[in-house]
Ligand binder design. Structure first.
Ligand code: URA
Length: 254
């Protein structure tokens, strides 16, 4: 690379490299001039749907790989949330080899306190959906959020907070390689799929996301506010259970 890079380009490049390092990508190469559309850097990694390249997680066992992602995250100060009252980072919890992964929006007060996603009232309902509804245990699945720190007053995550945090979530997904991802609520669904659609448009169909099937259902906090929608959420879970080959008995997701 040209040693006489001007300082602006140097700064753009170092941000670029840091971003991809956060994704777990360390190897870069330069294509000969005219060979590609990016005159400076090209990545060996292929783009996958999901808006970001596949992370180059080396072939480690998933539990170790997740631990290393957590280490890379460190005591994160990459976005403003670290100075807006977050108590702790809420990384994600569950089976590193889970076939099913739930992705919510952001930690709330209980999660911020305990360092684990979905441990408050919405979490209780999610647990019921997993156990009473799907016949699984919470420990069988993996649960994470779009962002890992609580936004002040539980406000909706800002776009840049999602963008800064999501490389770590993408790495978690690439390590766990679940068979199915369920996006909980419109914020999670819209952020992951980069579609600005309503819940009625988003639900009831499959999406391809980083090589995994993704379905959308209501956020448990919404179901607590409007329990009449539980039967709709149950339809979504049944679609997921069918895909996972789970028996659909006469259960309810209450
Ligand atoms: N709501 C979320 O989206 N995530 C949590 O972890 C808790 C509540």
């Amino acid at each position: 690379m040209n040693r006489k890079l001007d300082s602006e380009l140097r700064s753009v490049l170092s941000n670029y490299v840091r971003y991809y390092n956060d994704l777990g990508i360390y190897d870069f190469y330069r294509r000969p001039p005219g060979a590609g559309d990016n005159p400076v850097l090209n990545l060996r990694n292929l783009k996958r749907s999901g808006g970001m390249p596949a992370a180059a997680e080396p072939d480690r066992d998933p539990a170790t790989a997740l631990r290393l992602i957590r280490e890379d995250l460190g005591d994160c100060t990459r976005c403003p949330l670290h100075k807006l009252g977050r108590k702790q980072i809420v990384f994600g919890v569950g089976n590193p080899g889970a076939r099913l992964m739930f992705i919510g929006e952001a930690p709330g007060a209980d999660e911020d306190e305990q360092g684990e996603p979905f441990v408050g009232r919405a979490g209780q309902l999610l647990n019921n959906m997993i156990t009473n509804g799907m016949g699984l245990r919470r420990e069988d699945v993996y649960i994470a959020n779009i962002i890992k720190c609580r936004p002040p007053n539980n406000r909706t995550p800002e776009r840049d907070e999602c963008q800064i945090c999501s490389p770590f979530l993408m790495r978690q997904i690439d390590v766990i390689r679940p068979q199915v991802i369920v996006a909980l609520g419109s914020i999670a669904a819209r952020t992951l799929l980069a579609i600005n659609a309503s819940m009625s448009e988003l639900r009831g169909r499959w999406y391809e996301f980083r090589g995994t099937k993704l379905a959308v259902t209501y956020h448990p906090a919404f179901l607590l506010r409007d329990p009449r929608q539980k039967k709709e959420a149950w339809k979504d879970l049944q679609m997921v259970m069918k895909e996972l080959g789970l028996p659909i008995a006469l259960r309810t997701a209450d």
